[in-house]
Design a protein. Sequence first.
Length: 193
Amino acid sequence: MPGYVLGNFFVYSIINAFTPGPGNILALNTVMNYGWKKGAPLFFGIFSGYYVVQIICAVFVYGVSTLLPDVLGVMKYVGAAYIFWLAFHVAFSRPDGDGGERASFLKGFMLQFVNVKIYLFGITALTGYVTNYSTSLSVLVFFEFVIATIGTVATSAWIGTGLAIQKVYLRHYRLINIILAVTLLECVYSILK
């Protein structure tokens, strides 16, 4: 895999993982409402669920590449469209505060199974950046493991900086969102190139 493609894979993965999504927002909200100790079961549920869902994505992409290899070409465009939509959504989204959530491992774990963002994230990253170079199950699982690790680091950052991130983001969310959106558009360009 060329360095440029690998670099864009990481750019896309980091932006996608660090932008507000259900897991990051729930983690931030939980740490603000309950603190680390009471929120820890939920956080570990989010992390565990992330890894399991990404393995499911790798197996799905492997199955599609083995049984329906022509579908991967189409999925690349679907992935590019999703990233474009994500860029638009990020650029125009506004922060909103939710009520507190009860912190439990199962709630965090199950959140990831209904978190469409991480399914699309995992499948898009593989079909947009990896499958042109390898459709080996071990390679796909490796890259999904990388994605889940980046996601775990991102959620940990939301947890660890809690109020500080929220204050900065609330003050400058429009500029931050536009910068992230433009960077995502460059990722779309690299997929379609």
